[in-house]
Design a protein around this ligand. Structure first.
Ligand SMILES: [Zn+2]
Ligand SMILES: [Zn+2]
Length: 270
């Protein structure tokens, strides 16, 4: 399996997840042009994208979804409530391109388990992705969760032991409260339905890093209230003080670039 972020942050989010030449996108919050451009950088052809899952209806996650689905003639997977929000503005789609998702679905030969996050949209979700038909009965697992104010119990269950994680390190608590955002926005971001703070994510990671966890991509960093250096140093400090450091595992922690793709992370099959 493989994965990469195409873009990350409030200016637009999209992640490609795949297996051999089959892929799907988690969110499409950048334009059609930027989506195709960033896929090309990763050497992924448009014909190799088989669907788009929408985590929630905020514009930084759906900006390009209608145009990309039309251009590539692929289905969009979203919950019924998120479809209610998408429908008025998404433009023309064929009926078969509107797939209503509950707890799980299959796309591009991948089994996608959907779990709730805690965010101020109609609904919001993360995913755990595994191959549909593992070769020797075991599959790698990729966990994705951004846009959540707290770490939910469902997140713990789904993200535990994933080989690779793309998870939100939105802001640094000090930077947010010392910064220039209006009071209501500070309350929104730091609230239970806002975004994860660096050390909150680190506490989550302490529970999720298990088994073969090897790659972690920090995503959805705030431009104003975080920096890649702050996120990495805060999280590494917390991990170093924990059992994770004693396990001597080969763990690679990276920050997702805002506008350009992260290099393709390839997880070797068992
Ligand atoms: Zn959001
Ligand atoms: Zn977002």
């Amino acid at each position: 399996m493989h994965l990469a972020t195409l873009a990350s942050g409030s200016s637009g989010n999209s992640i490609v997840v795949g297996h051999e030449k089959r892929n799907f996108l988690v969110d499409c919050g950048i334009s059609l042009k930027a989506t195709l451009h960033n896929l090309a950088i990763l050497d992924i052809a448009p014909s190799e994208i088989e669907g788009i899952f929408i985590t929630h209806e905020h514009s930084d996650h759906i900006k390009g979804v209608g145009a990309v689905a039309r251009k590539l003639k692929i289905p969009i997977y979203a919950s019924a409530k998120i479809w209610d929000e998408l429908n008025p503005s998404i433009g023309k789609l064929k009926d078969e391109q509107r797939v209503v998702v509950k707890d799980a679905f299959t796309c591009a030969g991948l089994r996608v388990r959907v779990f709730p996050t805690s965010h101020d949209s109609q609904e919001s979700f993360g995913v755990r992705v595994e191959v549909e038909q593992p070769v020797k009965g075991r599959s790698r697992a990729i966990g994705i969760a951004t846009d959540t104010g707290i770490v939910t119990e469902e997140m713990h269950q789904a993200l535990k032991g994933c080989d690779a994680l793309v998870v939100e390190a939105n802001h640094d608590r000090e930077m947010l409260w010392q910064g220039g955002y209006p009071w209501y926005l500070k309350k929104r971001i730091s609230g239970n339905y806002g975004h994860l703070e660096n050390s909150q994510l680190a506490e989550g990671l302490l529970q999720w890093i298990e088994g073969n966890t090897q790659r972690i991509v920090l995503a959805h960093l705030s431009d104003e209230n975080n920096t890649p250096e702050t996120a990495l140093s805060t999280i590494l400090r917390i991990l170093k003080e924990s059992r994770v450091a004693k396990e001597n595992r080969d763990l690679r922690l990276r920050v997702a670039p805002r506008y350009t793709p992260h290099e393709l992370i390839v997880l070797e099959e068992y």
